[in-house]
Design a protein around this ligand. Structure first.
Ligand SMILES: Nc1nc2c(ncn2[C@@H]2O[C@H](COP(=O)(O)OP(=O)(O)OP(=O)(O)O)[C@@H](O)[C@H]2O)c(=O)[nH]1
Ligand SMILES: [Mg+2]
Length: 647
């Protein structure tokens, strides 16, 4: 089967991820075994582990109706079932966004009724509550039973026009264009959203497919455009080769696809489907190739994309070819080029994104561990070398050494005091930082604008209110950015002081970064602005859709701030921990040195015994360091930690 390419790559990807998880688990175990863990780092590590373990690669398919999205999904992923697994037929077929994935809890279709749109509950919340969904069990050993069960996905029903309107599924202008004026009944989808789980190989390895309906059945499902499509790793946008880019393709492209991809259009493929319609053209093979190239060129220019990401394909023939094992037909369908692109480009990109996150968060911890371990070992070695050189028979010299060590102890006491004072200053600053993300601040803003909004009667007024809301949220963010910068300066100054005044080994503190939240919030602000100024907003202003869209954005912003709030708290609880570890180590060293000197001067132990004792003490430290080096190697994070060379 030709989709081996993608399959193999996904398999390799999931194995790589599994190895990374194991290495990080080993590291966490190492930290706690050597009593080096603290709440913040543990939290960071557990978060990364959770992220890796639940990582899914989502491919979303979006297009106007009947372009062949569902057929393409069938041919790419489910041809081996030997049937057309997901329903695909002329006219509107897929009626609601459909997520296909693997859930170890079982094989099912879960359907959320369309009326749930009237409730002020987000799709995300519905997903956490399986009781609200209608469940159909799937028999995975029988593709035909599954095929039959999937038919429910296309169910539709007739309701009064008013009801359709309320649900955001009635568009006066579009209906008029189709010659439908003031109908009594309108046909609408029965379901708002579908979740499908079954143990297919690719799905089990973390692939998640999102199939979407065309514009009309989509109506306005804000969470799809604002949340699901943007968070997909890749979007496949489907056009039909015979029609080229139509007006409604363009609308779909602009409103749902472009807005989800940001400026650089990463993770995007455009499929020019149904090339088979041009096969028996009288112009012959040359003419066929020429017209394909022409279509690609013109689509690329209309969509403002590189021609390399436009793939001419015949989904229908590819499915047929795979089912019949007809390699010649499969080649003609040109599906392989798309498959290669998806596996090569998308999976590689995903891998580097994950690696970047892991390196950003764990790389820091690892280099801190490595620094501390190195420092301990080299201090112990220094002490040993020193002792080897001392002439202990010389009473005067021993006394001098003891006096020197006591001096060090005094310095240590001063530096502990200093540390406590710095810690107090830091606590005040940290509280300001944490409070700047507190939910009562954002809630106050939301409440105030919501009240204004309900009072405003005009579209203009409402738009002004939305603008005000986002302006206020921006100010709030700016406050936090300023406080973050001050906090960063303070933490750096504290570390510098200990380094300069007490000769502490350089520890690069892990500074709190607001960038990620800022980036996500800015994105929401942009989405809010796009929504505010879109023509659609003007038309459907007061409808349920606006409220939903609005609440989706606000809920997202709130969640981001909540995350920042939690993260800043755990961060502030432990940013000074490495410094504290060093102070404690330092204390232990002085104490053991004093103890040894005392024993020697009281002639309780011999110098030789002492040196043996010190030498033995090096072993566990070496072991600790070697273990860490091995873990680092298996994480492949070596460039982030100092090379350790054991002499
Ligand atoms: N000739 C030809 N027909 C195709 C091809 N791909 C899909 N079709 C047909 O186009 C029609 C629509 O295909 P679907 O897969 O249902 O399209 P869709 O984009 O999922 O449409 P909706 O679910 O309604 O949004 C079906 O009759 C398919 O058989 C193709 O490559 N060539
Ligand atoms: Mg479909």
């Amino acid at each position: 089967m030709r989709n081996l390419e993608f399959k193999e790559q996904l398999h390799e990807y999931s194995q790589w991820r599994e190895q990374l998880v194991q290495a990080i688990e080993m590291y966490q175990e190492w930290r706690s075994r050597y009593k080096l863990s603290d709440p913040h780092s543990t939290d960071t590590i557990l978060n990364i582990l959770h992220g890796l373990q639940t990582d899914r690669v989502t491919l979303a398919f979006a297009a106007e109706f009947s372009r062949g999205k569902t057929e393409l999904i069938n041919s790419l992923f489910f041809a081996e079932t030997g049937v057309r697994l997901l329903p695909s037929s002329p006219g509107r077929t897929t009626m609601c966004p459909t997520e296909i994935f693997y859930d170890s809890e079982g094989s099912y279709i879960r359907l959320l009724n369309i009326e749930s749109r009237l409730e002020d509950v987000s799709l995300m919340e519905f997903k956490q509550n399986p009781d609200r969904w209608t469940q159909i069990d799937l028999d995975c050993d029988s593709p035909t039973q599954m095929q039959e069960a999937f038919k429910e996905l296309v169910a539709s029903k007739e309701v009064d026009k008013d009801m359709a309107d309320k649900l955001g599924l009635w568009n006066e202008r579009e209906a008029a264009e189709q010659g439908i004026i003031n109908p009594e009944k309108v046909e609408i989808p029965c379901w708002r959203h579908a979740l499908i789980s079954f143990p297919h190989g690719l799905l089990k390895e973390g692939l998640c497919i999102l199939d979407t309906p065309g514009l009309n059945a989509l109506g306005a499902e804000p969470e799809l455009t604002l949340s699901m499509l943007p968070s997909a790793q890749a979007i496949v946008f489907v056009l039909a080769a015979d029609t080229g880019v139509t007006k409604s393709d363009l609308e779909m492209w602009r409103n749902h696809v472009c807005s989800s991809r940001g400026h650089n259009k990463q993770g995007l493929a455009v499929v020019m489907n149904k090339i088979d319609a041009m096969w028996d053209d009288i112009a012959g093979e040359d003419g066929y190739e020429e017209s394909i190239q022409k279509q690609i060129k013109s689509s690329a220019s209309i969509l403002n994309l590189s021609e390399d990401v436009i793939f001419p394909v015949s989904a229908k023939q590819a499915l047929l070819a795979k089912v019949k094992s007809d390699s010649e037909l499969l080649e003609r369908s040109r599906l392989a080029a798309l498959e290669n692109y998806l596996s090569d480009d998308i999976l590689k990109q995903r891998r580097s994104i994950l690696m970047e996150t892991v390196q950003k968060d764990i790389g820091f911890l690892v280099s801190e561990s490595s620094n501390l371990t190195d420092a301990k070992l080299s201090n112990a070695r220094k002490q040993l070398e020193e002792f080897k050189k001392v002439d202990f028979d010389n009473q005067e010299m021993t006394g001098k050494l003891m006096a020197e060590t006591r001096d060090r102890q005094n310095v240590y006491m001063a530096n502990v005091e200093n540390f406590q004072a710095s810690r107090k200053v830091f606590a005040v600053q940290a509280k300001m930082l944490i409070d700047s993300f507190a939910s009562n601040r954002i809630d106050g803003i939301i409440k105030a604008t919501k009240q204004d909004m309900s009072k405003s009667l005009t579209t203009y007024g409402m738009k002004q209110n939305i603008r005000q809301l986002f302006d206020d949220l921006r100010d709030l963010l700016q406050d936090s950015v300023d406080i973050t910068n001050e906090t960063r300066r303070l933490v750096k100054a504290i570390h510098k002081k200990f380094q300069d005044e007490y000769g502490f080994k350089e520890i690069e503190p892990q500074l709190f970064s607001i960038k990620q939240y800022q980036f996500e919030l800015e994105r929401i602000f942009d989405e809010g602005e796009a929504f505010r100024s879109s023509a659609k907003t003007t038309m459907t202003e007061q409808s349920v859709v606006v409220n939903k869209l609005y609440s989706t954005l606000i809920a997202k912003a709130r969640n981001i701030l909540k995350q920042a709030h939690n993260d800043s708290r755990t961060w502030s609880n432990s940013v000074l921990t490495p410094l504290m570890h060093q102070i404690k180590d330092h204390k232990k060293q002085i104490e053991s040195r004093l103890l040894m000197l005392r024993k020697i001067s009281e002639s309780k132990v011999s110098v030789a015994e002492n040196i043996t004792h010190l030498e033995e003490g090096l072993e566990p430290l070496k072991k600790q360091r070697t273990e860490l080096a091995m873990i680092i190697k298996s994480m492949r994070l070596s460039e982030y930690s100092k090379e350790t060379s054991d002499a």
